[in-house]
Ligand binder design. Structure first.
Ligand code: ADP
Ligand code: MG
Length: 449
């Protein structure tokens, strides 16, 4: 893209010389003999080169007007030799640079080149900053992995609606944080957000907690009390550990989701509410469906917008960002002087399998800060709860960290071939396969031409 330069100069000969030179060096040029004329076409200029002394309005006034309508465009002011004060004044008023007449065309090109370059760098910097803000952090939710970026985008899409969201993911992956982000980006942000932890409530208390009760509904019910759903009216209910809800409550939740109505315990007055529901589970709800412990109709009502948050070990690229985030967040409170994390320490964090996910990472950083006396966190400061699971011996009942079943199978077949000195019949026997079955597998896996 050619850059367009607006030349405002009342002296025709000079204007012409500058124009020809700019055209010959690959710029587009607009010309104006007065500030008023220039102002009309300044919008499309990538740079303005203006004389200071102009018929009516001078270059400084022109600069002021340009800055008011287009703060970004670089403006270079040409002033007569001996009027350095005007040049200084122009710079103070926001000119990008100045040229003292007479100037050589080379010098002109240098000044223009520099002004355009500064502009580009500034644009780029702003773009980068905006991108950083958007991509790697969303309301204090840190994540640069593709997975997390998709989740940020989903939060933005779904927040303005009333759609029910089902957050699925292991403990500590950030489900609470995401539920809050959805609520606070929704039109309900100034209304209540009420969290209900379904696994913390004993079954007999759950109904009264959720839906409230009337005086005399049960022994000890000396007054009436609204439940959590009523408290959340016009706001959001966050149902955590939804997989633990007992069957009789599941029916009532279904009714809330479908009809937005319920009765308090001990009452036959039907109440209507307007709540948005966000539910979370760390269990495979599908398994509960198959076992019949979770109602299918409720599942489909909840699963309108499913958001699956992967465990931290499946998005290790997020670890450095999260670790630094927690460092910045926790160091001041811990009275720690730690400012950075050494490469070896970071590698240790990345190698670990994080069964407790982001919550565990946060705890580990917090503890490490206490251990570390210096300004840089070293590998020795980091105490992990269990050894990194790198070898199959570490956990004999499951795949080694980061390995797929296919890769694991390949490994085992390779090992059998090694033990059998490359003899396929013998290797097959070691694996409990026929020779043909082994050959079939080898071809399938691309291990044999
Ligand atoms: N992506 C993230 N960025 C920053 N902090 C996070 C992130 N995910 C989780 N956390 C932090 O980790 C801890 C556990 O998160 P939480 O939302 O309670 O997980 P869950 O509800 O899935 O068990 C909280 O302190 C939370 O602030
Ligand atoms: Mg939680």
């Amino acid at each position: 893209m050619k850059k367009r330069i607006l030349v405002v100069e009342d002296e025709e000969k000079l204007r012409r010389v500058i124009e020809l030179h700019l055209l010959s060096t690959g710029f587009d040029v607009d010309k104006a003999a007065t500030a008023e004329e220039g102002l009309k076409i300044v919008d499309r200029a990538d740079l303005v080169l203006t004389d200071f002394k102009l018929p009516n309005m001078d270059g400084l006034q022109l600069l002021g007007l340009i800055r008011r309508q287009n703060a970004q465009v670089p403006v270079v002011i040409m002033t007569a030799f001996g009027s350095i004060e005007t040049a200084v004044e122009s710079m103070k008023a926001g000119a990008t640079d100045f040229l003292l007449k007479p100037f050589s065309l080379d010098h002109l090109m240098q000044v223009i080149g520099k002004a355009l370059e500064v502009r580009e760098l500034r644009d780029e910097n702003q773009k980068l900053k905006a991108e950083l803000g958007r991509r790697y952090e969303f309301d204090n939710i840190v994540g640069r992995s593709e997975n997390m970026q998709e989740i940020f985008a989903a939060i933005e899409r779904v927040a303005p609606t009333r759609a029910t969201v089902l957050l699925a993911g292991e403990s500590g992956v950030g489900k609470d944080l995401i539920a809050r982000a959805i609520h606070f980006h929704s039109p309900r942000r100034d209304r209540p957000l009420v969290k209900i932890n379904c696994s913390a409530l004993p079954e007999n208390l759950m109904e009264s907690e959720l839906f409230g009760y009337e005086k005399g509904a049960f022994t000890g019910a000396n007054t009436s009390k609204p439940g959590k759903f009523e408290q959340a009216d016009t706001g959001t209910v966050f149902l955590d550990e939804i997989g633990d809800v007992p069957a009789n409550i599941q029916v009532k939740l279904l009714r809330i989701l479908q009809e937005r109505e319920f009765e308090r315990l001990g009452s036959n007055v039907t109440r209507h509410i307007d709540v948005r529901v966000i539910a979370a589970t760390n269990k495979e709800l599908r398994a509960a469906l198959e076992q019949g412990t979770f109602r299918e109709d409720l599942y489909y009502r909840l699963n309108v917008v499913p958001l699956n948050i992967p465990p931290l070990r499946e998005r290790k690229g997020d670890i450095p960002f999260l670790a630094n985030h927690f460092l910045r967040k926790l160091a001041p409170d811990a009275g720690s002087r730690v400012e950075s994390i050494s490469d070896a320490a970071m590698e240790k964090l990345i190698a670990y399998h994080w069964p407790g996910n982001v919550r565990e990472l946060e705890n580990v950083i917090e503890r490490s800060l206490v251990m570390c006396a210096g300004t840089r966190l070293e590998a020795a400061d980091i105490k992990l709860e269990s050894a990194p699971r790198k070898t199959p011996q570490g956990d004999p009942h499951f795949l080694p960290e980061g390995m797929s079943l296919d890769e694991y199978e390949k490994d085992i077949i390779r090992e059998a071939l090694r033990r059998a000195d490359g003899n396929k019949s013998q290797a097959a026997r070691l694996l409990g396969l026929t020779r043909n079955a082994l050959r079939y597998r080898l071809t399938q896996m691309g291990m044999e031409a």
